[in-house]
Design a protein. Sequence first.
Length: 384
Amino acid sequence: MTPTHSRLETQLVHAGEPDPPFAGAVEMPIFQSATYRYAGERGYDDVRYLRSHNTPTQLALHAKLAALEHAEAALATASGMAAISGALLGLLNPGDHLLAQSCLYGGTHDLLTQEFENLGLAATFIDADDARGWERALRPNTRAIYVEALTNPLLQVADLRAVAPFARAHGLISLIDSTFATPVNFLPVEHGFDVVLHSATKYLNGHSDIVAGAAIGRAELIERIRHKQIILGGALDPHAAFLLTRGLKTLALRVRYQNESALRVAQFLERHPAVRRVHYPGLASHPRHARARELFAGCGGVLSFELQGDAQQADAFSARLRIPAVAPSLGGVHSLLTRPATTSHAGLSATDRERLGITDALLRLSVGIEATDDLLEDLAQALA
Ligand code: PLP
């Protein structure tokens, strides 16, 4: 692709696709083969085998993912958690210490609190909103810092500009889970991050029909993650890789629509008397609205809110909705509603959830690509 064809929308369609195409196929074919004839590869990691993440459908996807994030290299994995665990285990060694944002996706939180110690690793949670406290949390063995672009489920916006300079000053690797932002709204590599992680299950694929993940960033680090993932075994199947490649093509169209739709939904909920609180950084009332405007092209399709009432009333409201499915996950074309205390953050103790501000009554809505007016009407009837 020439530099004039380097805009995101064009890259989503064309980056990584073979040129010339295989047999003239306009769409990258699925190479449904687990193994490939030996062609003189020297090391184990180079032998062409699906678990080694180096077969044609996987490689085309890697090139597309790297181009979208303005990064050197990418690795697609069998789930978002395979990307996150592969990255942390691939980049840290026993005895190492990690600084991590305090409010994280539940699975990542569980990895740090339930598995790290058994693996000889340690993590300290930091208030990622305020860089002034980070230095105090450093230890001589601190090797990396981990944040989320927009946190799940409270949509907090950390001091993301401060992360890479802090990491560089202290010799740390900087990692960010950018699932909620996507390259449409935010490019972490342009802010100096070393590794960008995604649950590609969400926006990147966008259709709630596969589970996938991605680790994207500096080539040397992605190679270390790939090496670890070859051992752990979390490679992405070629058919899922094909679906993810296809889903990516409409990413910009979907996410821009979802940015606008979610903002309108958030504004509607904020004005409604039956709603106590709305968390969405696109709202002027969000404590980090100014920071979000500086960092992001849009605030994405996910918002969370609390009704005037308890968890039971929140469930009754969810049951009255006709369009959003009450289901975990987010970022797809269908609107999905969930109560994080029972799904994404059920693994945290009630005390941890309370400390982080994830109340039992909190609802998280992932706005799909349905007509916004239909969603507003549906919410209004369920709130009435
Ligand atoms: N990161 C974030 C921000 C998530 O919301 C999720 C899942 O909800 C994950 C990672 C894990 O992704 P996966 O379910 O694809 O393993």
